[in-house]
Design a protein around this ligand. Structure first.
Ligand code: AMP
Ligand code: MN
Ligand code: MN
Length: 331
């Protein structure tokens, strides 16, 4: 971490980025790091390729995030700080090819499948969230934590630990969040946004999704399938898919839940079907803790954590489902 801090201190113009389809940690770590670097008088661009889910729009500084990278301007950056990404492609495929041209790429992450990309890395798989690592970085740099930075760090830890319920919940999660509350974070305010009301459209999507659940012969694997038509029919967006897989995971005896989603692509922050779509499906995996889904995702070229992972898949859904059911026999 010392090398990273020394480099950040001498850098001038930075791009700070996190993964597509951002969660609370991707946004929390991005905003916290970006605001901290601004406090240090750096010129900072906050970048995320995807639309910001409505539940996270309360985050202070969220309007600073841009989905557009101007290739012509890229030569101006001396450093890219990439957060919560197990590989550089997670920032978005086009963005990753631009970012790899920035002279120094720094990789700060907590995924077990991190590929150690970049010129400088700080990967701590015991950290509950990338926001936890960013907190330690800010402390080491001696920057004081404003209420806006505190809200971002708190939200990153709160959401990546599933509100302190998941197996990654550690002592630091409580200690840091306590300190963030002392610095002015209102836990109720964060929770009420993160667990805001569902639109009727989202409930209708849930209804369609529940109807697709298939269970393997041994009862240990559940599979949910979402098509683009389901999203169109219900008038829902990608962010409404968030959390649906938990219904498949909570079924009695199920050890691994799979959510297969027909791919949707974004361009410049707008949801669109890509004309030259690269992947046919995105697959999310969740486990009850007894099966390492990160290594399953890695076999398919994806990654993640022991209990939450994902990958993209390009051939037929029949092949995909067959692959998952074969897997079920081994658990
Ligand atoms: P998801 O199911 O998409 O919410 O992702 C669950 C976890 O897997 C997150 O930690 C992601 O960062 C990771 N993940 C999802 N998709 C991929 C992918 N294509 N490559 C690497 N990691 C992924
Ligand atoms: Mn994340
Ligand atoms: Mn994370």
């Amino acid at each position: 971490m010392e090398k990273i801090i020394a480099h950040l201190e001498k850098s001038g113009r930075l791009l700070v980025a996190s993964h597509v389809k951002p969660d609370g940690d991707a946004l929390g770590s991005l905003i916290a790091a970006g605001l901290c670097l601004e406090t240090m008088n750096k010129q900072v661009t906050f970048f995320n390729e995807s639309p910001i889910p409505a539940v996270y729009r309360f985050l202070p500084g969220v309007d600073r995030i841009t989905a557009i990278l101007e290739p012509d301007n890229l030569c101006g950056y001396d450093t890219a700080l990439i957060l919560d990404c197990s590989d550089l492609d997670r920032v978005g495929e086009q963005a990753s090819s631009y970012i790899s041209q920035i002279p120094v790429v720094i990789n700060v992450d907590h995924h077990i499948t991190n590929t150690e990309f970049g010129d400088l890395q700080y990967i701590d798989i015991r950290a509950c969230a990338a926001s936890q690592i960013v907190y330690h970085m800010i402390k080491k740099m001696g920057v004081s934590i404003s209420q806006d930075i505190a809200t971002s760090i708190y939200t990153g830890i709160f959401t990546d630990t599933g509100s302190f319920r998941f197996s990654n919940t550690n002592k630091a999660a409580f200690e840091i969040c306590e300190e963030m509350v002392e610095l002015g974070v209102d836990p109720y305010n964060v929770a009420r946004h993160v667990y805001g009301p569902y639109s009727l459209a989202r409930i209708k999507l849930l209804n369609l999704a529940l109807d697709t659940i298939e269970i393997s012969a041994n009862g240990k694997l559940s599979m949910m399938t979402l098509t683009r038509d389901m999203l169109n029919e219900t008038g829902t967006r990608q962010e409404d898919v968030d959390g649906l897989i938990n219904y498949a995971r909570r079924i009695e005896d199920v050890k691994v839940a799979v959510l297969i989603q027909e791919a949707i692509c974004w361009r410049s922050g707008r949801q669109q079907e890509s004309k030259k779509k690269k992947h046919n499906y995105h697959v999310s995996l969740r486990s009850d803790g007894s099966v390492d889904v990160a290594s399953i995702a890695a076999v398919y070229g994806g990654g993640g954590h022991l209990t939450a992972a994902g990958f993209n898949f390009d051939s037929s859904i029949t092949d995909l489902k067959d692959g998952m059911l074969t897997l079920a026999n081994k658990i």
